[in-house]
Design a protein around this ligand. Structure first.
Ligand SMILES: Cc1ncc(COP(=O)(O)O)c(C=O)c1O
Length: 484
């Protein structure tokens, strides 16, 4: 295909296409619009999570199988959103559905341990080279728990995260996710900017923010907070500002700096884990953190979270001083059993949760990892992802659109900005008008992407080459109309 130089966009045409496509969306989806009206009378913004809403209104979904999802108006889509990347197994994979069907009639919650939790922990240990694993119910809980473990282990309080990184909705990490320009501060020493009302300023002081992909800035920031940083929490690929991979050698340097500064390195593998590779980003990049967090894809679609890593760090859930015999003493909190410097006498890090290790989640997780996302699933996932990326890139080149296509493993997107994005500050330059017209054009033709330029497509083992080609062809017709 001939490569054309990037052309100036015809903004009037783009606006007309955008308006027409939004009108078509409204015409195709009246039941979703009506349901949102009703939902708003029962739930703020009409949704259960504020991530689920977008303008003019979200699609309400009714059914999903394999790579397809159907809305309440009966429109079917090839799903490239896959529930924000949860479904590398695809919708209702038969193995996952069968595991749930076997389990559900036999009790859905015990709050006593089940054997499946051991098998699932063993499977995760194997994939991630970990010594110990614990379960939770979401990515939010996994990062929250891993941070507490890191604090208990180091006796320090600060957490370092990266600008543009999302790690869930607890106070420590709901900071500098997509901060507004006027608040974000210097590029090499960003401010800690709350991403929500309701976050106490006292918490904010414990969260230090660094720019992604800039090792020298990280080194300087760690120096400023020497001996205070309990954990460096990082998404190995920044998957909440499109797709921003680490520059060569960057994760290795982060690893070195964490070790030098005595901080626990936590990989947030909620999006990367068991998706990029069998052993997640750990295997894909060959860099080993002290702890890692998992959620989304490990459950094949049920609520689940996990974190794990080095025994020495994880053992603080048993006892802070490493004495194995203390495990049974003092109940969940380990209080009052021996002298400790912790106010209140805690001798261990509390990791709790009624639904942790829930039998349904454990059964679904085990089926997902041992029957679906097995080692031999990854080559085909990668092949299809490369096909989708190179197909989209060829279109961008042919029509001279400002942007580039990128994937890391089975996750990718078109970044509508001509320059490579290496950190959040570059991401702010994305052409949101172009992205919005693109999103509605595709959705109206049966290609469902995540409803925001900060997310990306995820391929599942149930996507086919025909699905991918349809995505490429639809993008081509959009680009053609925009450029003609
Ligand atoms: C990298 C990352 N970490 C953590 C989370 C939080 O996970 P959950 O929504 O399951 O709480 C997300 C959610 O999108 C995420 O992308």
């Amino acid at each position: 295909m001939t490569v054309t130089r990037e052309r100036a966009l015809d903004r009037d045409r783009l606006r007309r296409i955008g308006e027409r496509e939004e009108a078509a969306y409204r015409a195709r989806t009246p039941r979703s619009a009506a349901l949102l009206e009703r939902a708003r009378r029962a739930m703020p913004l009409g949704v259960a999570s504020s991530f689920q809403t977008y303008d003019p209104y979200p699609l309400f979904m009714a059914d999903a199988h394999g790579s397809r999802i159907t809305d309440v108006d009966g429109n079917e889509y090839v799903d490239f959103d896959m529930a924000f990347g949860v479904l590398a197994a695809g919708h209702s994979h038969p193995a996952v559905a069968a595991a749930l069907q076997r389990r559900a009639p036999n009790g859905t919650c015990y709050t006593f341990p089940v054997e499946d939790s051991i098998a699932l922990a063993e499977e995760i240990k194997l994939r991630f080279g970990a010594d110990l694993v614990r379960f939770s119910n979401s990515g939010t809980e996994a990062t929250m728990d891993a941070i507490r473990v890191a604090r208990g282990y180091t006796g320090r309080e600060k957490v370092l995260k990266f600008e543009g990184g999302y790690h869930g909705h607890h106070d420590d990490v709901l900071v500098s996710i997509q901060p507004p320009r006027e608040a974000m501060g210097e590029p090499d020493a960003p401010n800690s900017v709350p991403a929500s009302a309701g976050i106490p300023l006292s918490r904010l002081a414990e969260t230090v923010v660094a720019p992604f992909n800039q090792p020298d800035a990280l080194e300087a920031i760690l120096e400023t907070h020497r001996d205070q940083v309990a954990a460096i929490l990082i998404e190995p690929v920044q998957f909440n500002i499109g797709v921003v991979p680490p520059l060569p050698g960057y994760l290795e340097r982060v690893r070195e700096l964490a070790t030098e500064h005595g901080a626990v390195l936590i990989f947030d593998e909620v999006k990367t884990g068991v998706v990029l590779a069998y052993g997640g980003a750990y295997e894909y990049f060959g860099v080993k953190p002290d702890l890692f967090c998992l959620a989304k894809s490990i459950g094949g679609g049920v609520p689940i979270g996990a974190f794990g890593g080095r025994a020495e760090v994880m053992r603080v859930i048993e006892t802070l001083d490493g004495s194995p015999g203390a495990a049974r003493a003092g109940g969940a909190f380990g209080t009052g059993t021996e002298a400790t410097t912790i106010p209140g006498g805690a001798t261990r890090v509390a990791h709790l949760g009624t639904f942790n290790g829930n039998p349904l989640s454990m059964a679904a997780g085990l089926a997902t990892l041992t029957e679906v996302l097995t080692r031999d699933a990854y080559p085909e996932l990668h092949r299809l992802a490369e096909r989708l990326t190179s197909g989209c890139q060829a279109i961008l080149d042919e029509f001279g659109l400002p942007g580039y296509a990128i994937n890391v493993g089975p996750k990718g997107c078109v970044m509508f900005t001509p320059e490579r994005v290496t950190s959040y500050r570059d991401f702010i330059g994305l052409d949101s008008e172009l992205w919005t017209a693109f999103f509605f054009y595709l959705v109206n033709r049966g290609i469902l992407l995540p409803p925001g330029p900060d997310d990306q497509w995820t391929l599942s083992v149930q996507h086919t080459e025909a699905d991918v080609d349809r995505h490429i062809e639809t993008f081509a017709s959009f680009a053609k109309e925009l450029s003609s």
